[in-house]
Design a protein around this ligand. Structure first.
Ligand code: GLY
Length: 343
C-alpha cells in the first residue's frame, strides 16, 4: 500500500492525470514466477499481442506436450496476422518494396537450431526454420534456397505485401529525399497509418523442463535488399540452453550481432545472474560498444527466463511511453511482465 501511495505521489509530481495514473497502475504489476521446471511460454510483447499469441500457443503445447509445437503456433499467429507489420504477412518491406523474412528456432535438449534469412513469399518463416532444424543437418538456409526448401515442404508461395504495408513503404519512399524523382501526393491522408510493432520472440519451457525458443521478423523497414538482421543468427536474436534458460532480442539487429546479445545473456544467467540483471547487462554492453548511452539512438529489447521460471525484460527506450513488457502464460494463466528502460 505504501509503495502504491509513493508511486501515485511520484506520478503526481510529473503532473499526470488520474486516468493516466490508473492506466499506469494497472500495468505496474509484478510477475509471480511459476516455479522451477514448471512449463511456461513467454512472448516479448505486452498484453495486446500476448492475448492473441499465448492462448493458442499454450493450447498447442497442451495438446501435443511438445514445447516446440507451442512456440511455433505462437510465432505463426503474428506471421499470419496482417495487423502485425514487422513479422510475416504484412511485414514492412525493404527499400525495393519487397518483404523478406528472417526467423530462427532452437531446442535446448539437443542444442539443435535452424534458421532462414531473406526468405520471400512464405508466411510461416518460423515453421520453415523449425524444418531446417529438424529435417536437415544444416543450421541456416537463405534467400532463393530457403524459398525452394519451403516449397519442397509444401509451403504455398504467397505475396506478403498488404495494401497497408505497400502504402507505408510508398510514403517512406516518397518522403526520403527532396532530391530524387519520387514526390508525395498533395493529399496527405492518402497514406494509411499503421500500428508499427517489432520482431517477436516466443520462448518456452516444457513439461520436463525442456527449453526452446524462436524469433521471427520482417527485419528493418527500408533495409537494403538482402540485409539480414539478428533474428536468424543464433546467439544474436535467440539463444537457449537446457541447463540455464532462454533469451531473445528485438530491435536494432546490427547491435545484437556485434554483441552476440542473446548468447551473452544466457551465459550471464549461467554465471548466476538473474534474468533481469542479465537483460540489463546486455543493454549496458550495447552502450559500451557504442561509446556510451548518449551515442545510442536506436532501441533494443532483451527478454529471458531461467529454469526457475524467473523472467527478465529490459530495453534501451520505452515503448509507446510505457515500460517495456513481455508476457507469460503458465497453467495459472496469462501475466504481463514489466521491464526496465535503460536510457
Ligand atoms: N531485430 C530485427 C532486425 O533488426 O532485423
Amino acid at each position: 500500500m505504501a509503495a502504491r501511495r509513493e508511486f501515485m505521489h511520484t506520478l503526481g509530481l510529473f503532473g499526470l492525470s488520474l486516468p493516466v495514473i490508473s492506466k499506469a497502475l494497472a500495468r505496474q504489476q509484478s510477475y509471480t514466477p511459476s516455479g522451477a521446471g514448471q512449463p511456461l511460454i513467454l512472448c516479448s510483447r505486452d498484453e495486446y499481442w500476448a492475448k492473441k499469441v499465448l492462448p493458442p500457443a499454450w493450447a498447442a503445447f497442451s495438446a501435443s506436450g511438445n514445447i516446440l509445437d507451442g512456440i511455433e503456433v505462437g510465432g505463426n499467429v503474428c506471421e499470419l496476422d496482417p495487423e502485425d507489420t514487422s513479422v510475416g504477412y504484412g511485414g514492412l518491406p525493404d527499400e525495393n518494396g519487397i518483404v523478406t523474412l528472417d526467423a530462427s528456432m532452437m531446442y535446448g535438449p539437443t542444442h539443435k537450431c535452424g534458421s532462414v534469412a531473406a526468405l520471400e513469399n512464405i508466411k510461416k518463416a518460423c515453421s520453415v526454420a523449425r524444418l531446417v532444424m529438424e529435417r536437415t543437418d544444416h543450421a541456416m538456409i537463405v534467400g532463393a534456397g530457403a524459398l525452394s526448401f519451403a516449397k519442397a515442404h509444401g509451403f504455398p508461395e504467397e505475396n506478403l505485401l498488404t495494401e497497408q504495408s505497400r502504402l507505408t513503404w510508398l510514403e517512406w519512399k516518397e518522403n526520403l529525399s527532396n532530391e530524387d524523382d519520387w514526390l508525395p501526393p498533395a493529399d496527405k491522408d492518402y497514406y494509411k497509418k499503421l500500428r508499427k510493432r517489432g520482431t517477436i520472440n516466443v520462448l518456452g519451457m516444457g513439461n520436463e523442463g525442456e527449453v526452446a525458443g524462436l524469433t521471427t521478423t520482417s527485419g528493418l523497414f527500408g533495409k537494403i535488399h538482402g540485409r539480414v538482421g539478428d533474428s536468424p543468427i543464433i546467439g544474436a536474436g535467440l539463444y537457449v540452453d537446457n541447463e540455464v534458460g532462454a533469451a531473445g532480442a528485438t530491435g536494432r539487429g546490427e547491435e545484437l550481432i556485434r554483441t552476440c546479445g542473446s548468447f551473452l545473456l544466457v551465459e550471464k544467467m549461467r554465471a548466476g545472474k538473474s534474468p533481469q540483471v542479465a537483460c540489463e547487462e546486455v543493454i549496458e554492453r550495447i552502450f559500451y560498444v557504442n561509446k556510451g548511452k548518449d551515442q545510442v539512438n536506436f532501441n533494443v529489447k532483451m527478454v529471458a527466463f531461467n529454469k526457475d521460471g524467473d523472467v527478465g525484460v529490459a530495453s534501451i527506450m520505452s515503448e509507446e511511453g510505457t515500460s517495456p513488457y513481455a508476457s507469460i502464460i503458465t497453467a495459472q494463466g496469462l501475466q504481463p511482465v514489466p521491464g526496465k528502460v535503460m536510457k
